[in-house]
Design a binder for this molecule. Structure first.
Ligand SMILES: [Fe+2]
Length: 316
């Protein structure tokens, strides 16, 4: 099987108490552990592992790392070797160093984000349990996100200097880790430059995506909701909480997902995302969006570019 899904995103935040309140009261997560330094671990009600978001106190907002869960311990050896064979330095990390996880492997993507692969994380279970479960728990609060769905990272793109970290990271993820390409953004002369890649390991339109930017960075983490009605309701909850909204509830062209974008108190972009859009399989023909249709690709409903979408992101 190899990589199954996103496991967690670990970010540095400027006010960890404010960040914790946001992810609990607005996103609807629960705190599952706090370290003495304030580092906070959270999970969604429909997740079963100990955490999917880690908030680390800091004086600036930054990505610490992203982590993907593989199916077996043996996958760590196989995939670690394949990443190493691709010319990327891989560190074997002993159990426990990634908190509440078994052993893992760590490396930097060509676009500079630190990525971990792990096979085991402490199990807590879904809030509804597994025996004759209700569809949602009475403890559901805030937006009540089901689970961390995907993340979007940024890769330096400067074709004139021959720099394309988007394509390099796409190659590593697809060649070494067996991600499949669902959709891509092509730019430049004859649309020959890969400026965005949306990739999956499950049957979702994407489990990770990378888009070109002036510098490497981290764009957003996204949480899954059931349907459009829940995205609209998320908009209500964001407004109730005076959360800074970047994009009102609308639809993406890419992935067909229904979406609302907003920021946590440190300026880290969140998305709640609904609708599987379509089922992705490895033999699905790759969808191509050309640069001239980029506003429609991302902001399908308005077809108007939201300026902050390409200018606001956090460093890695
Ligand atoms: Fe997204």
């Amino acid at each position: 099987m190899g990589v199954m899904r996103i496991g967690h995103v670990s970010v540095k935040v400027m006010d960890v108490e404010a960040a914790m309140k946001h992810y609990v009261n607005v996103v609807g997560m629960d705190v599952t552990h706090r370290d003495s330094d304030g580092t906070t671990y959270l999970k969604c009600w429909d997740e079963w592992d100990k955490y999917s978001v880690v908030l680390i106190p800091s004086d600036r907002a930054m990505l610490h790392h992203i982590a993907y869960k593989v199916e077996t311990e043996a996958d760590l050896d196989v995939l670690g070797k394949r990443v190493r064979d691709a010319g990327v330095e891989v560190t074997e990390v002993p159990a426990g160093q990634l908190p509440f996880c078994g052993r893992s492997v760590r490396f930097r993507l060509p676009s500079a984000q630190t990525m971990y692969l792990y096979a085991q994380k402490e199990f807590l279970g879904k809030d509804v349990g597994v025996k004759n479960p209700d569809p949602w728990p009475d403890t559901k609060h805030g937006i009540g996100a089901h689970w961390l769905d995907h993340c979007l990272i940024l890769g330096e793109l400067d074709p004139e200097k021959g720099i394309n970290r988007v394509e390099e990271t796409f190659r590593l993820l697809t060649d070494a880790l067996d991600f499949h390409l669902s959709e891509r953004i092509m730019a430049g002369p004859n649309y020959s430059v890969m400026a965005g890649a949306f990739m999956f390991r499950s049957c979702k339109p994407h489990d990770i995506a990378i888009v070109g930017a002036p510098t490497n960075g981290f764009h957003h983490l996204s949480f899954f909701l059931d349907d459009w009605k829940d995205v609209l309701l998320a908009g209500d909850i964001l407004s109730k909480n005076r959360t800074r909204i970047e994009l009102l509830p609308s639809r993406h062209g890419i992935t067909r997902g229904e979406t609302v974008y907003f920021y946590d108190p440190s300026g880290i972009r969140n998305e709640t995302f609904a609708g599987l859009g379509y089922q992705a399989y490895p033999d699905m023909p790759v969808i191509t969006w050309t640069e001239d249709e980029l506003a429609r690709a991302i902001f399908y409903t308005s077809r108007e570019w939201v300026e902050s979408f390409s200018t606001a992101y956090i460093p890695v």
